[in-house]
Design a binder for this molecule. Structure first.
Ligand code: UDP
Ligand code: MG
Length: 139
């Protein structure tokens, strides 16, 4: 099956809290196929670069510190309408506002420590996927 692609990270709180397996299962059960996956840890430089668009926001320093605080899972996912469907599966940034049944509703601790990242456009999905994976690591 081919379709559109999106990029995700299971963030340090999700790994720390033991939710990695359950979140990956939700992603697969929702119809996404995994095209690349890596258990890794972001360097400060990588986290700063990844969240560059938020550099002027008051939470940027804390976000970089949190995203480098422990291992993450980075992955490229494929499904029809992948970007929008994945954003629907993860729910609103703030778990207090996330819909029932979403990953953030179940597993996010707070607006900052919110368990999972999802790309916000096809263009960013491609940029973010390339940021983490070489062509030879993508299936
Ligand atoms: N974030 C935060 N405080 C905020 C808004 C965002 O700590 O007030 C963090 C949070 O981890 C979020 C990330 O910055 O996931 C990127 O923010 P964005 O607005 O792009 O949210 P997302 O696209 O992840 O839902
Ligand atoms: Mg975003």
């Amino acid at each position: 099956m081919s379709g559109n692609r999106t990029f995700t990270m299971l963030k340090p709180d999700a790994i720390e809290n033991g939710h990695m397996g359950k979140i990956i299962d939700m992603i697969i059960q929702a119809g996404f196929s995994i095209k690349a996956m890596k258990f890794t840890r972001l360097t400060e430089e990588q986290a700063k670069k990844f969240y560059e668009v938020h550099a002027e926001r008051p939470f940027y320093g804390e976000l970089v510190e949190y995203m480098t605080s422990g291992p993450i899972v980075a992955a490229i996912l494929e499904k029809d309408n992948a970007v929008a469907d994945f954003r629907a599966l993860i729910g609103a940034t703030d778990p207090a506002e996330a819909a029932e049944g979403t990953i953030r509703k179940y597993y996010a601790e707070s607006k900052g420590r919110n368990a999972v990242h999802g790309s916000d456009s096809d263009e960013n999905a491609a940029i973010e996927g390339k940021f983490h994976f070489n062509d030879s690591e993508i299936f």
